[in-house]
Design a protein around this ligand. Structure first.
Ligand code: PLP
Length: 367
């Protein structure tokens, strides 16, 4: 199996596994005052500092069950008198869009800004949408479907000029790139950076206290009740530390793999979204006449994707590709190849050559 679905999730790093394993047996409750409990709490605090080292200074990491929860906490938890408007972007992840819709049904005004053909939001359109009634602007760092990098720092500056907050869904960029300064709230998770699933974080700027979604024992400074898992926190911390340590090497590897993939695919493919403003571990491409779903079925030993894991499963057309202005036929002929730290040049080249050959066969039979 060649794994080319790094945007859906990533393989657990051996270093991360090693950091997690002791906490399978060390079962103490990190919120207990006894010695083992305190040791577990210390491990969690160490992990918190490791995660924080990938995030801007001047804020604090709250552990959550994942980025989806972090996004829900950020969007549903902030309030300000007289501010009843949310501004977001049409290509955000469902965690942001569905949450905004939910808030919209409860009386908030929600503006979804369009993107251009390159997948990027235009700052003048952000500027025009944000005003003194805006509570929060939500924009992601790296798009999970097409990999384009939004101008997060600039969007945050616009939000702040009107006194609004800015939330950044940084899931796909966390650890891989230096976090832009500006957002007041940042959502991230471990499983996109070779960490375990079901653990994420909401970073909040000092002084900002979202109203909790989950009530109970008052853990995480009363903002997220529930017993923390030392094993998952340790895994997230180790994954973050490793990502920071390997940032340059990983990014060079990815840039090389990008070239290898394009070379092996050959002519006839168009890249969806900006090429310049992009995370290079995400190659979303289309080929005229290709049936992406059939390609997926024809090449079962290559794990790639048609869009986000959620959109692929539901059979829904990708809202991201639609927002780029692609026709239904173009969206159907698009595939997403995601590669990263553990992808070898050879396996990627082989997989891309097989994808290209199978796509060509499809074209020949269709003609
Ligand atoms: N945001 C983006 C951009 C994602 O890619 C994902 C994961 O698919 C999420 C949010 C949700 O993250 P989690 O799986 O931690 O809930």
């Amino acid at each position: 199996m060649t794994y080319l679905d790094y945007q859906a999730t990533t393989p657990l790093a051996p270093e991360v596994k090693a950091a997690m394993l002791p906490w399978l047996d060390r079962f103490a409750n990190p919120h207990s005052p006894n010695r083992e409990g305190r040791a577990a709490a210390a491990a969690i605090e160490f992990a918190r500092s490791q995660v924080a080292s990938c995030l801007p200074p001047g804020g604090e990491v709250l552990f959550t069950s994942g980025a989806t929860e972090a996004i829900n906490l950020a969007l549903k938890g902030v309030h300000a008198p007289g501010r009843t408007k949310l501004v977001t972007v049409a290509t955000e992840h469902a965690a942001v869009l569905d949450c905004c819709d939910w808030l919209g049904e409860r009386g908030l005004e929600v503006i979804r800004l369009p993107v251009r053909g390159d997948g990027l939001v235009r700052l003048e359109e952000v500027e025009a949408a944000v005003d003194e009634r805006t509570l929060l602007v939500a924009a992601m760092l790296v798009n999970n479907e097409i990999g384009v990098v939004q101008p997060v720092a600039e969007v945050a500056a616009i939000a702040h000029r009107s006194g609004a907050l800015m939330l950044c869904d940084a899931v796909q960029g966390f650890g891989r790139m230096v976090m832009p300064d500006g957002p007041d709230l940042i959502a991230a998770c471990a499983h996109k950076v070779h960490g375990p699933k079901m653990i994420g974080a909401l970073w909040r700027r000092n002084g900002l206290t979202p109203e909790p979604l989950i009530h109970g024992g008052g853990q995480e400074r009363g903002l997220r009740s529930g017993t923390l898992s030392p094993m998952l926190c340790a895994g997230f911390g180790a994954a973050a530390a490793l990502a920071a340590e390997r940032r340059e090497a990983d990014s060079q590897h990815m840039a090389h793999l990008w070239d290898v993939a394009l070379e092996a695919l050959g002519p006839g493919w168009e890249i969806n979204g900006s090429v310049g403003q992009r995370y290079r571990g995400n190659l979303n491409i289309r080929c005229d006449g290709l049936d992406g779903a059939r390609l997926l079925a024809d090449l079962r030993d290559i794990a790639f994707s048609l869009g986000s894991a959620c959109a692929s499963g539901s059979g829904r057309q990708s809202h991201v590709l639609r927002a780029l202005g692609l026709s239904d036929a173009q969206a159907r002929s698009s595939i997403r190849l995601g590669f990263g730290r553990y992808t070898s040049e050879q396996e990627l080249a082989d997989a891309c050559a097989r994808i290209a050959a199978t796509a060509e066969m499809q074209g020949r039979f269709a003609a």
